[in-house]
Ligand binder design. Structure first.
Ligand code: MG
Length: 388
């Protein structure tokens, strides 16, 4: 079996609601800077898909998380990786991962768009591997520890506390047992939000906080200590991601588990957090890391009694399916993220939907990733882009 074709599909989809709330129907540039999160967001749903074809007629789909400029990932795959892949056996996922990672390693491209592009290709290769033998990816990864994975509602995109409380109650009624609030607005405001939601949903719903890297060590410690009485189950992105020692200091001063990892892309980037005992839960995103490397990170974490809770934000189909397979195939998975507004758009590009019921993703059972991308639909959203 040999790879014969690599095609790229950078997508830009206009959703009803923008990611993290707000209206998408704005006549404004696609990209805008959110001061409170110090980060660029898109008013559209963007992603970067790759389709790999083999000489025996198999097709594998992969996806890189590409919330902005998805065409960058496509360019890297088309111009840099395709020549390394054509003619190769897609079963060689480790070998091809190394070849792609090595391609720009000497030049210092150890993360970012480069590894996003590797992740997309790696995901497509695993899809082919599964289809070639008629087995789901989770079985090829060594078998599923569970037939589905619990998930948490990510963010309560309402403007005020009352609105967030109502959203939290409605998710609880739908059977969800875990909610993460996107905060980082200051210690007092964060506590007010968490307290209101805790009172509304009771002790049986797990609550998490994502602070979007907004705190200093001292403020994060103050917040964490006040969160202990609210039974907050993890504190995500408390400090800027480069501050490994700060995370270790924070972790030594609170019982709240520290979660990091959506900015990290390889086991090399997680290792300093592990060495310094700075993390309780790692959160790699399969759309940034790929299946091969996320499995390695999962076992790297397990070796040190650390859990994995994969990040999942604007992945639109193959990325979600790949995340479920990986989450089911690792022994130390705590929970997987669920983005309601993204999920609907994701399923709109698939021939049969990925399903979530009462706070749990079902593990797709078909060969490969177990999902089929609807090529006619994605062609309506693809950026003006020529596959050479
Ligand atoms: Mg986050």
């Amino acid at each position: 079996m040999k790879i014969t074709q690599v095609e790229c599909f950078p997508l830009k989809i206009k959703p009803k609601q923008a990611y993290l709330g707000g209206s998408a129907d704005v006549d404004a540039p696609d990209y805008y800077y959110r001061d409170e999160y110090r980060c660029v967001y898109s008013r559209k749903m963007e992603t970067s898909l790759v389709k790999i074809t083999t000489d025996n007629g198999l097709v594998g789909w992969g996806e890189a998380l590409a919330p902005v400029v998805p065409q960058v990932v496509s360019e890297i795959i088309k111009n840099l990786f395709a020549p390394l892949l054509i003619g190769e056996n897609p079963n060689k996922t480790n070998v091809l991962w190394s070849r792609m990672y090595d391609a720009m390693r000497d030049r210092g491209y150890l993360t970012g768009f480069m590894v996003d592009a590797i992740a997309a290709v790696d995901c497509a290769l695993w899809d082919i591997r599964g289809k070639a033998v008629g087995l789901p990816v989770s079985e090829l990864l060594g078998g599923a520890y569970r037939d589905g994975v619990d998930c948490y509602i990510s963010g309560l995109p309402a403007p005020g506390i009352a609105g967030r409380v109502e959203l939290a109650k409605s998710w609880k009624q739908k059977g969800f047992k875990a909610i993460k609030m996107a905060l980082g607005y200051g210690v007092d405001e964060d506590i007010a939000n968490l307290k209101a939601v805790r009172e509304a949903v009771g002790p049986e719903v797990q609550l998490f906080i994502d602070a979007h890297w907004n705190y200093s060590v001292s403020d994060a410690v103050r917040l964490a200590r006040r969160m202990e009485e609210l039974d907050i189950r993890f504190f995500e992105a408390p400090l800027l991601p480069e501050n490994v020692t700060g995370h270790a200091e924070l972790r030594s001063k609170t019982m709240i588990p520290i979660a990091i990892g959506e900015t990290e892309r390889t086991r090399f980037e997680f290792q300093p957090f592990i060495d310094k005992r700075a993390v309780d839960i790692v959160q790699p995103d399969v759309g940034r890391v790929g299946i091969t490397e996320t499995m390695r990170i999962g076992y790297q974490a397990e070796t040190h009694d650390i859990a994995i809770a994969p990040h999942l934000s604007v992945g639109l189909g193959p990325c979600i399916a790949a995340s479920i397979h990986v989450a089911c195939a690792l022994p130390n998975t705590k929970i997987l993220e669920f983005q309601p507004s993204v999920f609907e758009v994701a399923n709109s590009i698939l021939k049969a939907p990925i399903t979530v019921e009462a706070g749990r993703y079902h593990l797709p059972s078909g060969p490969g990733l177990g999902v089929e991308v609807d090529e006619e639909i994605i062609k309506q959203h693809v950026l003006d882009y020529k596959n050479a």
